[in-house]
Ligand binder design. Structure first.
Ligand SMILES: Cc1ncc(COP(=O)(O)O)c(C=O)c1O
Length: 432
């Protein structure tokens, strides 16, 4: 476990305990290091050409207050929305329509009409959706200063990464139009619709190495150059928006050394140089995990400790409600953990036998990690689950009707409440 991270987490945990930000009822709390988040976004912008739009994937972290923070970081910071709900939240958080990229694979005619009228960038998932847009186009009155683009999601079919459930560029994928079997139809569409000026791909999320990610971009880059030479012959404007999606893997376990954003950007520029020339292309990115995950951590009080059948189990206040993927697929999804006593002092060493971390839900699969080497864990201790800033709270499950935890953001140990612990009244309202 990286020492500086454990120290920083411990300092923040102790400060939060001391200043009453973790109250008795806060049996679990989610933390966001907002300084680190800002640093990540600045680093992202510095790796890509000016004018690029960085559509942070809302699905990784839909917290409204976090969206307001990211919005304040400048015009190059946008959002990628996977539903009309996410589009609506982004608009409410103050994002301009031109900073929003709308990506759902199941958009209705109404949703498409709304996005077109509002000037939100759309990535079209399939040919039927493209036909719906073509039918809508003549009746759409676009606002003044309309900058939205319409792109087609193309599956470059570069294969699957190490995690099947988050890989979307195999021969078969439920997303996008497959490049190999539909190449002619793709070209025909780009020659038929002058307003179709963008391409979009997303290869997968975690588990796909940069070679695979860059190969996917390269396949679409070559295709676009070919399409553009044909569009030029017929007097059409070129395809000029290139959305590379997200997917850069991160480190959840200290021994994993992930590629850096800089290295990834350099490899893209090497393979597809014109993407870095703002006079040829507007580049869009859609990173989620890389931006958010390492900036967040979760702490749960240990309510009980069990020692049965030679297995130690720490009973926590979060389980499969917050860590759906970790509980259902432990082979691929895991974290680093550290243990603190009730005052937030780090516990060190290892107990003689290993530990399971079990959640509070009513099914036996509600165990986020098994056979961990941990210090001796006692009732009242705090267990920190590291790197929980992305794809955790956004996947919250309502099973067993547990209240969502308090969520705190901090800059240099100055805390703010990003979202209050759910009240029982709010909970009731959900089910009513
Ligand atoms: C279309 C699309 N864009 C972007 C992302 C974000 O990917 P990541 O969080 O791995 O960067 C996803 C995640 O699944 C996605 O489906």
């Amino acid at each position: 476990m990286k020492k500086n991270r454990v120290v920083e987490t411990g300092d923040s945990l102790r400060k939060a305990l001391l200043c009453g930000m973790i109250r008795e009822e806060d049996t679990a709390v989610i933390f966001y290091n907002l300084s680190m988040l800002e640093e990540r976004i600045r680093l992202l912008s510095s790796c890509f050409p000016p004018g690029a739009l960085h559509g942070l994937a809302i699905k990784a972290n839909p917290l409204f207050r976090v969206m307001e923070h990211t919005r304040s970081m400048g015009a190059g910071t946008g959002v990628e929305a996977a539903s009309l709900g996410e589009v609506t939240m982004a608009l409410k958080a103050g994002y301009q329509p031109s900073q929003i990229v709308y990506d759902s694979p199941v958009k209705t005619v109404r949703e498409l009409a709304f996005a077109l009228k509002t000037g939100i960038n759309i990535n079209v998932d399939n040919f039927s959706e493209l036909s719906r847009i073509a039918e809508l186009m003549p009746s759409i009155e676009t606002p003044a200063g309309y900058h939205a683009s319409i792109g087609l999601r193309i599956n470059p079919q570069v294969g699957v990464g190490t995690i099947l459930e988050s890989s979307v560029a195999g021969v078969y994928s439920k997303f996008g139009v497959p490049v190999n079997s539909r190449r002619n139809k793709i070209e025909t569409a780009f020659l038929a619709y002058p307003w179709l000026t963008g391409v979009h791909l997303h290869v997968g999320s975690q588990g796909c190495d940069i070679t695979m990610l860059v190969d996917g971009i390269g396949i679409l880059y070559d295709l676009v150059l070919e399409i553009n030479s044909k569009r030029k012959q017929t007097g059409m404007t070129p395809v000029s928006v290139f959305d590379i999606g997200g997917g850069l893997p991160i480190s959840y376990i200290d021994r994993d050394i992930p590629p850096s954003m800089k290295e990834y950007a350099e490899k893209i520029e090497e393979r597809a140089p014109l993407l870095f020339d703002p006079s040829c292309f507007k580049l869009i990115t859609e990173f989620g995990r890389w931006v958010y995950t390492n900036c967040g951590w979760t702490v749960s009080r240990v309510e009980y400790v069990k020692h049965e059948a030679n297995i130690n189990t720490a009973m926590l206040h979060v389980g499969a409600d917050l860590f759906v993927r970790e509980c259902l697929n432990q082979r691929d999804w895991h974290h680093e953990y550290s243990v603190y006593n009730h005052e937030g002092q780090l516990k060190t060493g290892y107990s003689e036998s290993t530990w399971n971390l079990a959640g509070p839900l009513c099914f036996s699969g509600d165990i986020m990690a098994k056979e961990l080497k941990l210090p001796v864990v006692e009732e009242g201790d705090y267990i920190v689950i590291h790197d929980t800033g992305g794809y955790t709270f956004s996947m919250w499950s309502r099973y067993n009707s547990r209240q969502t935890p308090r969520i705190l953001g901090y800059h240099d140990h100055q805390f703010e409440i990003l979202k209050e612990r759910e009240s029982l009244d709010d909970l009731l309202e959900f089910w009513r």
